[in-house]
Design a protein. Structure first.
Length: 145
């Protein structure tokens, strides 16, 4: 009945009171979403990125977990089409030249835009292991990515 009365909108819209709304009348301006809802959205987005990378970049499957997560993080941030523009980074990864891959990552507009994130990911690419940086609170129960 609520779906029939409120409607189901999968993209944000402004209701008659100009409140940003989504779904079945969820007022994002006043209510927002819960932490659990945010993590559900994140988990769905990570699953989508994993599928895209598996299909679009099959060579990533041979990387160790930390380096694979670097690629997943970058694709999550950039989208697969923009990540594919990192041609020299990708070429270096394919020949396992981790230093050059990291250098190419850092020599980009993306690195200037994301700052510490790029440095952390470049270090992970170079060393092949997870780098712990002081950052915003990480969701509990989530994987490395």
């Amino acid at each position: 009945m609520l779906i029939r009365h409120e409607g189901l909108r999968l993209k944000p819209y402004r209701d008659i009171k100009n409140k940003l709304t989504i779904g079945v009348g969820r007022n994002l301006d006043d209510t927002g979403i819960t932490r659990e809802e945010a993590l559900t959205l994140l988990n769905n987005d990570i699953a989508t990125v994993r599928r895209e990378v598996e299909l679009g970049l099959p060579w990533v499957s041979r990387l160790n977990p930390a380096r694979k997560d670097v690629i997943l993080d970058m694709v999550f941030n950039l989208g697969l089409p923009r990540f594919r523009r990192f041609k020299r980074t990708i070429a270096a990864i394919k020949v396992e030249d981790w230093e050059d891959a990291a250098r190419e990552m850092l020599d980009s507009q993306w690195a200037k835009q994301v700052g510490k994130r790029a440095k952390e990911l470049a270090a992970m690419m170079t060393r092949g292991k997870y780098e712990v940086q002081k950052a915003a609170t990480r969701p509990s129960g989530s994987g490395k990515l």
